[in-house]
Design a protein around this ligand. Structure first.
Ligand code: FPP
Length: 251
């Protein structure tokens, strides 16, 4: 077996990786199982990817665990997902603390069931002093709603006379997003063969490298992450500049 990890350049690890964990349902159906079985197995991948990000020195990992659109799924699946989230955090929080992982949540927190809010609040409190990997769970998250809420917050400041509309900066806008304390992701991974961003971090992914893999989330493990990081390291990140300009600054 090739040692993929040894091929990774430790000086160019993305500091923020964002993942759309797709394909749990299809993975389960392919095995003649109910969709929730895929979500259960998906948690095993979550654990392995969190540990691997810690091992690589990634500073931020954002996981799209539940979108606002996911509320439209059959109630039994929504309930099972919420229960899984609560039970997973309850079970894993001691290890998160021990492994220096700090938990964060973005999204429409108030729309989550109370028990879920409570578990997440406890998880954030228990891991609050940790300084290693920041694990950001996007729960009941919609990027369009986040952008709309940021616009409303700025409009309200303008209405109160706290800010002049013509003076609004990108920094003002960013400070109103759920992600205000995190840098933008450099790498966005989506599993299961779909080549879309859907409603995930639309503003923050402007310059992210996008990596799409046919692998379903429950099969996405350590080596798959190494492959994604290796692919990222092959890319030239130009931020609108020319290739020549970039090469001059890196020699
Ligand atoms: C997408 O697959 C996956 C989800 C909507 C849920 C992801 C949640 C988990 C893996 C559990 C997360 C737990 C923690 C603690 C972060 P899908 O159901 O849309 O699959 P399909 O496209 O094949 O139907």
């Amino acid at each position: 077996m090739t040692d993929l990890k040894s091929k990774i350049d430790p000086s160019r690890i993305p500091s923020h990786i964002a993942i759309i964990m797709d394909g749990n349902g299809r993975w389960a159906k392919e095995r003649g199982q109910e969709r929730v079985y895929g979500h259960y197995e998906g948690v095993v991948s979550v654990r392995e990817i969190v540990n691997t990000c810690g091992e690589l020195g990634v500073k931020y990992l954002t996981l799209y665990a539940f979108s606002t659109e996911n509320w439209n799924r059959p109630k039994a699946e929504v309930d099972a997902l919420m229960e899984l989230l609560v039970n997973t955090i309850r079970k894993e929080v001691d290890d998160l603390k021990k492994n220096n992982v700090k938990l964060h949540v973005i999204g429409d927190f108030a729309s989550l069931p109370e028990v879920c809010q409570k578990e997440m609040n406890e998880g954030m409190e228990i891991t609050g002093e940790n300084t290693g990997l920041n694990l950001v769970l996007a729960l009941s998250y919609s990027s369009r709603l986040e952008i709309l809420n940021a616009s409303k917050a700025l409009a309200s400041k303008v209405a109160k006379g706290e800010l002049l509309a013509e003076n609004i900066t990108e920094e003002d806008f960013k400070s109103c997003l759920d992600t205000c304390n995190f840098p933008d992701p450099e790498l966005m991974i989506r599993t299961s063969g779909e080549s879309r961003i859907s409603n995930f971090l639309l503003y923050q992914l402007a310059y992210a490298e996008l990596y799409f893999t046919p692998v379903h989330w429950p099969d996405f493990r350590k080596d798959n992450l190494f492959e994604a990081v290796l692919d990222y390291q092959k890319r030239e990140r130009r931020f609108g500049k020319t290739s020549d300009q970039i090469q001059k600054t890196t020699v």
